[in-house]
Design a protein around this ligand. Structure first.
Ligand code: FAD
Length: 478
């Protein structure tokens, strides 16, 4: 059978995944969405599946925080949006009987907070000196800047960047060798304009635009999920994003073993062996195949010396970069700000400030400080208590009254989560060199998860789910 493509995976998924031949047992490493979907589909096919999960909950980077908040408030530490173009996410939500509702990220009163001044995106020209815009940018709104510097650029790249099914061409591969910042600067964008547009480059927010691949960015920005093209209706999962993982996990029941971090993976001609910690003792399970869904940031800590992996795979595991993100959630006694749906891009250390609970009933609100890049790394180095105090301190001048209305806070620093060690993949310059090696199966060991997607910017639930279907196709091929 030829290597699966994005197109063939979709066709197979829609027409029915073929049964497995010659595989009767599979160990899945990780109970995030990729692992859960793979295990769910394999179980349906009668394969004996064991899921080894290091954490005490399913879902991985889909993680809805319900504690320590009052009044039933909740906040998303990880994934929070889905669009109608997320074919696989929508499919599994439907199958599990879970609904969607409009996302918190659209229909906001988005604005900038720069040098202590609140600036709406259509009024940036009025603050051109304060912002440091070039003379020829002064008449532009942020939308206009995106049209000039991003949309026009993507249009020039033509259909090869925007095809629904991805296949990087030589011209796009050239683009993979330069950074997002360089492309924007070459098009004449000032540092100020780049700073104003950056909040719209969602997947690059963890990142230094200096190192991010322009190819990966252009591909994302030309697609329907992009914030700047707004080509899709944005939704969130009713009841919290973790509902999907919880529903899949409940179908799998005791096939999932929690608090079982995998520490070694090996294979020989007969079987694959997975060694994990079971309350401090090493245990090994054997199976026909292994599906590894743990992010490479976590796999770097697993002993793979007996896994018979190619040099290219080892290199990809070592090199793949992840974005740094810290999300701090501050419960406020009441909504004390004038905006209907608060969302601010700030030039302070807490970067994005938003009302994380605009749709939830009751007087209380959770204000989120969403830190990325080096600011996230600085906050990740703090203790949890310091992090909350630090965010509150930064918030007070942005939202006067924050300290007075603050009740309690919590945070997630994704770099510190031991089995994530980062938020989502950050495709750096040269990412195309790694892509095939990241997802290639190695004997009895298969690789799924967001990082193995066909899309260079695969950091989404949808591509994590897609990767599971690809792995099932790989395994069913004789
Ligand atoms: C802050 C943030 C915002 C995001 N926003 C969105 C969004 O709005 N929309 C969207 O679609 N996506 C979003 N994403 C991305 C999305 O959450 C991920 O792409 C997706 O959930 C990844 O699923 P996965 O199964 O590939 O990996 P994971 O969810 O990371 O699952 C891997 C699992 O493996 C386990 N594991 C790791 N190492 C080991 C080990 N050694 N032994 C055993 N188990 C191990 C982990 O504990 C984890 O449960 C966001 C992610 C983050 C962090």
């Amino acid at each position: 059978m030829p290597e699966p493509t994005q197109h063939s995976v979709r066709e197979t998924f829609d027409s029915g995944i073929p049964p497995q031949h010659g595989t009767s047992s599979v160990i899945v490493v990780g109970a995030g969405l990729a692992g859960l979907a793979a295990a769910h589909e394999l179980t349906r096919q009668g394969v004996t599946v064991t899921v080894l999960e290091a954490d005490s909950r399913p879902g991985g980077r889909t993680w809805t925080l319900r504690e320590p908040f009052a009044d039933g408030l909740r906040a998303e530490a990880g994934a929070m949006t889905v669009t109608e173009h997320c074919h696989y996410t929508m499919h599994y939500l439907k199958e599990m009987g879970i609904g969607t509702e409009p996302s918190d990220l659209v229909d906001t009163d988005f604005g900038y907070h720069r040098n202590g001044v609140r600036i709406p995106p259509d009024k940036v020209g009025e603050h051109a000196d304060l912002l440091g815009l070039h003379p020829d940018e002064r008449h532009l709104t942020v939308e206009g800047m995106i049209a000039r510097y991003v949309t026009e650029f993507n249009e020039k790249l033509g259909p090869e960047i925007a095809q629904p099914v991805w296949a990087p061409t030589p011209r796009l591969l050239e683009l993979d060798r330069v950074s997002v910042r360089r492309v924007l600067e070459e098009r004449g964008a000032s540092a100020a304009a780049i700073g104003l547009m950056e909040p719209f480059f969602l997947e690059m927010r963890g990142g230094e635009l200096e190192s991010a691949s322009a190819m990966a960015w252009a591909r994302y920005e030309s697609g329907p999920r992009s914030f700047s093209t707004a080509g899709a209706q944005w939704y969130k999962v009713e009841g919290g994003t973790d509902m999907l993982a919880r529903a899949l996990a409940s179908r799998l029941g005791e096939r999932i073993l929690y608090r079982k971090p995998v520490v070694r993976i090996a294979q020989d001609d007969r079987e694959a062996q997975v060694t994990f910690l079971d309350h401090g003792r090493l245990r090994t399970l054997c199976a026909d195949r292994v599906v590894v869904t743990a992010p490479f940031s976590s796999m770097r800590r697993v002993n793979l010396s007996m896994a018979r992996l190619s040099a290219a795979k080892h290199a990809a595991i070592r090199r793949l970069r992840y974005a740094s993100t810290v999300r701090v959630f501050l419960q406020m006694r009441r909504k004390f700000w004038p905006e209907r749906r608060l969302m601010l891009s700030t030039d302070t250390a807490v970067r994005t400030v938003r009302d994380a609970t605009p749709h939830l009933p009751g007087p209380r609100r959770i204000v989120e400080c969403w830190l990325t890049g080096w600011q996230a790394q600085a906050a990740a180095a703090m203790s949890p208590e310091e992090r909350v105090a630090y965010a509150l301190n930064e918030l007070e001048p942005i939202l006067p009254g924050a300290r007075e209305n603050f009740e309690l806070g919590t945070s997630v620093a994704w770099d510190n989560e031991p089995y994530a060690a980062g938020a989502y993949i950050l495709p750096e310059k040269g990412h195309s060199e790694l892509m095939a090696a990241i997802r290639a199966p190695e004997g009895r060991i298969h690789f799924a998860g967001e990082h193995t997607a066909f899309e260079p910017n695969g950091g989404s639930m949808n591509y994590a789910l897609e990767s599971s279907i690809r792995v099932l196709m790989e395994m069913s091929s004789p």
